[in-house]
Write a protein that binds this ligand. Structure first.
Ligand code: ADP
Ligand code: TYD
Length: 204
């Protein structure tokens, strides 16, 4: 048995965690088990790394940052995501390796391909089947954040680079789809469910 791995992506404040939870509710039916996870975090090791990344240090070097995100992700993949997928469950993730491609690869200038390679080493075949990018203007995203973390609070330029990076990545990666995140929550959830059904349910 093999489940499905769906990542929600976008700039800070785009609505990922709210939408992921609501979409999970919609997709739960019959015997389908749907579990939500978040990055960085989702495991005891990952939550400890999250604290270092987002709340306790403001002097992280770009590659330290990238490797810590990759370490938290490798732990989540081995400990949680892979066993769930093996059991046939669906995993909906608030962020994924695609955040590292956009924020560290593009935003920090480390290179999208190199960041992909480093992350792939820790993930093996645990890679999202579908990446739903919620698109929202960077100013609106910042306004939606109640308490910005270290990276979310850096300012508009980084968020704009990240938004552009998702578009660039999608040019060569058919797993990436875009949903207009500026509309009401009901509409964003409806469109996200529709694209998931089209790509992962009706096509199988
Ligand atoms: P993210 O996980 O992308 O940072 P959140 O899901 O935490 O975003 O949402 C940020 C804030 O915006 C929350 O207060 C949430 O209730 C609100 N929000 C999410 N989606 C929408 C939407 N479509 N319209 C208006 N507000 C939204
Ligand atoms: P998150 O908790 O999802 O923040 P938000 O809800 O504001 O979107 O993510 C925390 C921050 O970490 C966010 O600014 C994006 C950043 N991040 C990266 O830079 N690289 C990564 O690989 C991940 C997973 C997150």
């Amino acid at each position: 048995m093999s489940g499905r791995y769906i990542a929600f992506e976008g700039i800070d404040g785009a609505g990922k965690s709210t939408v992921a939870e609501a979409v999970a509710e919609e997709l739960r039916s019959g015997e389908r088990v749907v579990v939500t996870v978040r990055e960085p975090g989702g495991t005891p090791v990952g939550e400890a790394i999250r604290e270092i990344l987002l709340h306790s240090h403001d002097d992280l070097e770009p590659w330290s940052e990238a490797l810590l995100f990759a370490a938290a992700r490798a732990q989540l993949a081995a400990e949680t995501v892979a066993p769930l997928l093996d059991s046939g469950a669906w995993v909906l993730s608030d962020r994924s390796v695609y955040s590292s491609l956009a924020y560290q690869g593009a935003g920090r200038g480390l290179g999208i391909d190199l960041v992909r390679t480093v992350n792939a080493a820790g993930l093996g075949d645990v890679w999202p089947d579908l990446v739903v990018v919620l698109e929202l203007d960077a100013t609106a995203g910042l306004a939606r954040q109640e308490e910005p973390d270290r990276i979310g609070g850096e300012g508009i330029a980084l968020q704009e680079q990240v938004a552009a990076a998702y578009r660039q990545i999608a040019e060569t990666d058919a797993r990436v789809v875009f949903v207009d995140g500026s509309r009401s929550l009901t509409e964003v959830v409806r469109d996200s469910v529709a694209v998931i059904r089209e790509r992962l349910i009706e096509s199988v």
